[in-house]
Design a binder for this molecule. Structure first.
Ligand code: F6P
Length: 357
């Protein structure tokens, strides 16, 4: 008999359900007897003992379903070791609930913050297996996270739609793509939709270069310009500030986001009309794309296999087109950012895409 706890934590994304289904199907297809306990709303459910016993039926028909059947929440790692408002030790509470239910393993689906807590629980002696989810694709130790490809599809569609109206009106359009810390999503959706300028957090931009590119396009007869901007895009000047100073600057900013600030600057410098579109959380919503359905199912199946093999303390990742096991301690606390020297950036530049650097 295997008693498995499962939770989804952090911002949701597509294919969370597909991944959980993959784990559960694999377990049910084995000789092993299984009991599945689904914790509600991420680590909160484990802390406050909010769970539900689930059966195979609960996982049936969810391959294509967006969101997460378990619910999710953000439980910041920064404060996980602080007592809650009633003085409860959250880490101890999670351990106690794990032992009370006599769990053999906890399966955690999450991104960066989630992995730090998962690693902590693993170090505290719990049997933990994780699965890498996030539209940001910024988890270290895996070439790909599920949710990413679905979000690329949505962000690409959004930019495609903008393309036609931008051309009709000879305007500059900024499409703000999700990603505060990394630019994988912006880079891929930008390239897929033929954006002329791509601004990502890893490559601070110079407004002069951005304006030059727009003016050059105008001279060549392309009256419109499409700029894909990551939520966390940063100018060269701002990149010189300390983290604290930049945070303060953002707090004081009167624009809703950096894209609007950039739009104002471009309009002032070029006299061209600039519009901003923010697809926002749409990028995390809806059904997973076929790639993510297959990908998440594969990772889920491997997680099921790890449980059957009593192998714990791993994230199931993807390297060089193979599903791999990565020790949790190697993953936790590391960010997989776009290197400015990455070949994809070099190739994008060969295509004439401007990064503002
Ligand atoms: O989960 C990742 C992410 O979607 C980022 O791309 C985005 O910046 C952030 O979450 C938004 O967070 P929230 O849903 O808490 O507003």
């Amino acid at each position: 008999m295997k008693r498995i706890g499962m939770l989804t934590s952090g911002g949701d994304c597509q294919a969370l359900n597909a991944a959980m289904r993959g784990v559960v199907k694999t377990l049910y297809n084995s000789e092993e007897q299984v009991e599945i306990y689904g914790f509600k709303d991420g680590y909160r459910g484990l802390i406050y003992s909010k769970f539900q016993m689930l059966t195979g039926k609960d996982f049936s028909g969810i391959l294509t379903k967006g969101g997460t059947i378990l619910g999710t929440s953000r439980t910041p790692f920064k404060t996980i070791q602080d007592p809650d408002e009633n003085g409860l030790n959250k880490v101890e509470a999670m351990k106690q609930n794990y032992y009370k239910l006599q769990l053999d393993c906890l399966v955690v689906l999450g991104g960066n913050g989630t992995h730090k807590t998962a690693n902590l629980l693993s170090k505290e002696g719990l049997n933990v297996i994780t699965l890498p989810k996030t539209i940001d694709n910024d988890l270290w130790g895996t070439d790909m996270t599920f949710g990413f490809q679905s979000a690329v599809d949505i962000a690409t569609d959004a930019i495609d739609y903008i393309h036609t109206t931008a051309a009709s009106h000879s305007r500059v359009f900024i499409v703000e793509v999700m990603g505060h810390k990394v630019g994988w999503l912006t880079l891929n959706a930008g390239m897929a939709s033929g954006a002329d300028i791509i601004l990502i957090p890893e490559i601070p931009y110079d407004i002069k270069k951005v304006v030059e590119k727009i003016e050059d396009r105008n001279k060549r007869g392309s009256g419109f310009t499409i700029i894909a901007v990551a939520e966390g895009a940063i100018s060269k000047d701002d990149a010189k500030l300390s983290k604290k100073e930049y945070k303060k600057k953002l707090e004081k900013m009167t624009h809703p986001s950096v894209s609007y600030e950039l739009a104002e600057a471009i309009q002032k410098k070029t006299g061209i009309e600039v519009r901003v579109t923010v697809p926002g959380h749409m990028q995390r919503g809806g059904s997973p794309c076929p790639y993510d359905r297959v990908f998440a199912s594969r990772l889920g199946a491997e997680a099921g296999k790890l449980i059957l093999d009593n192998q714990y303390g791993f994230m199931v990742g993807y390297k060089n087109r193979e599903v791999v096991r990565v020790p949790l301690e190697d993953v936790a606390g590391k960010l997989k950012a776009v290197s400015p020297d990455a070949s994809i950036v070099k190739e994008a530049k060969l295509l004439g895409i401007c990064f503002g650097d």
